[in-house]
Design a protein around this ligand. Structure first.
Ligand SMILES: *Cc1c(COP(=O)(O)O)cnc(C)c1O
Length: 445
């Protein structure tokens, strides 16, 4: 607990947080957590992460750093239910974009930041496709406890996210390379300079992200849904969800786990290839590493790089691969990949039926639709899709999808293999003339 390290040091495997549950005070039922609601003047009871402190008790309460994360919403969406093909009251969207920095990353950042603070760190760093850096920058600027240092790849970051890092005062290091390159470098640099690393290689991040599942259960009045569908990038979220359910089962707080579906983008589908095509499994911890090493060796040789419009999951070397295999084992999981076309069409449906999300988030809805078409998700099953990030994170893709300008469409989306804006809501162009404006409104509404 008092060291800055994320891996074993010998085998390179990531560390995992484990608790002596038998020595800790625990609630007898999950509904006991609702008592926290009456105590919302206490910042820990207010936080959607720390009101579950009993289930992530790695730091004493007085060391916890919270900025009010986890005030998120589970929203029933009949429109998206229809699109996915399940009964209309069976599709739920978990809006993690409502977090302070606009993505689910705040759940984990609050926990990693708490650990960093408890051991006296003064600088924290991450490599990021954007949202981890926006989250770190937010925790640093709000708490004023640490300096944020972020590594980004060149040209691979959505404007909303870059805007946050710059405006919130993070030291921003732009590397000539992609996310996988930035990730490798940040691990070297933080080790050399003794800077606290907050990427999801950090085991405490996952502790905070477990609470997304606790809030979903809470919103369903502690009923376990049939499916949790989540986009997969570095696989921190899916790993955390599996850990949450494994622990709740172990503690007897739930009787069964939901099934977990992890959705890759087709242009960054390492997990799908390993799990579905090659049959790699957790296998009680005896993972077939030679087969995985071979997979990455071939990836290196062919020079294959991740490529998708969903920049938050544009990752070919997921750092939490083994923990995710464990999660898939606990939750009888499946993995699918979806094209950028499917992602953007699903995103348009999410927006039209609710509050909107960024491209990566919509992979969950596109994946649920695919699994429904394949008959793996049943029409009468209850499905929760995790919307990982806010709609305004990446306006470029959204505007290009709805544009009337074919050149703009081709420039932003055509190069990604997107051919149609199936659900485009195009702006209506009218002359600056009262009669014409009135006529256009009468015609279209
Ligand atoms: C980080 C991120 C993901 C990917 O989550 P992992 O835990 O890395 O699999 C998906 N969507 C958004 C919006 C993200 O910021």
């Amino acid at each position: 607990m008092d060291e800055v390290r994320v891996d074993c040091g010998k085998c390179g495997g990531l560390l995992d947080v484990a608790y002596h549950w038998d020595k800790l005070p625990l609630p007898r039922t999950l509904s006991a957590f609702e008592n926290q609601w009456s105590n919302r003047n206490d910042p820990l009871a207010f936080s959607g992460v720390w009101r579950f402190h009993d289930l992530l008790p790695f730091a004493p309460r007085d060391k916890v750093v919270t900025i009010g994360e986890g005030q998120t919403l589970l929203h029933q969406s009949p429109g998206v239910a229809k699109y996915v093909g399940v009964q209309q009251d069976n599709l739920y969207l978990q809006y993690e974009g409502m977090n302070p920095s606009g993505s689910f990353k705040d759940n984990g950042m609050s926990a990693a930041f708490t650990h960093a603070h408890s051991i006296g760190a003064s600088r924290a760093a991450c490599a990021s496709t954007g949202n981890t850096s926006a989250s770190l920058a937010t925790y640093c600027s709000v708490s004023r406890l640490m300096k944020a240092i972020i590594f980004i790849g060149s040209g691979k970051i959505a404007y909303g996210k870059l805007a946050q890092a710059l405006e919130l005062g993070a030291l921003t290091v732009q590397i000539a390379g992609d996310f996988d390159d930035a990730m490798e470098r940040v691990r070297q640099v933080t080790a050399q300079l003794g800077i606290y690393l907050v990427n999801s290689v950090n085991p405490f991040r996952l502790e905070g992200q477990k609470t997304i599942m606790l809030r979903v259960l809470e919103a369903l009045r502690w009923d376990v849904p049939d499916w949790i569908v989540v986009p997969g990038g570095n696989l921190g979220n899916s790993s955390a969800f599996g850990k949450a359910f494994a622990e709740l089962l172990e503690l007897g707080l739930i009787q069964r786990a939901p099934r977990l579906a992890v959705i890759n983008a087709a242009g960054a589908n390492t997990l799908k290839e390993l799990y579905e095509d090659q049959g790699i499994r957790w296998n009680g911890g005896n993972i077939d590493w030679p087969a995985i090493d071979q997979f990455f060796a071939e990836m290196n040789e062919s020079g294959r790089r991740a490529s998708t419009i969903a920049s938050a999951i544009e990752i070919n070397r997921p750092v939490n691969l083994s923990k995710c295999l464990r999660a898939l084992d606990v939750c009888d999981g499946v993995v699918r990949d979806v094209s950028d076309q499917e992602i953007l069409d699903a995103k348009a449906q999410v927006g039209a039926g609710g509050m909107g999300c960024e491209p990566a988030s919509a992979a969950s809805v596109a994946g649920a639709k695919l699994l429904r078409e394949q008959g793996i998700i049943g029409r009468d099953e209850r499905v929760v899709c995790i919307l990982t990030g806010h709609q305004l994170k990446d306006p470029t893709a959204t505007v290009a999808y709805h544009t009337t300008d074919q050149d703009e469409f081709n420039r932003v989306l055509g190069s990604r293999g997107v051919r149609r804006a199936t659900f485009a809501n195009r702006a209506v162009a009218v002359a600056n003339d009262l009669d014409e404006i009135v006529r256009a409104i009468q015609l279209y509404s």
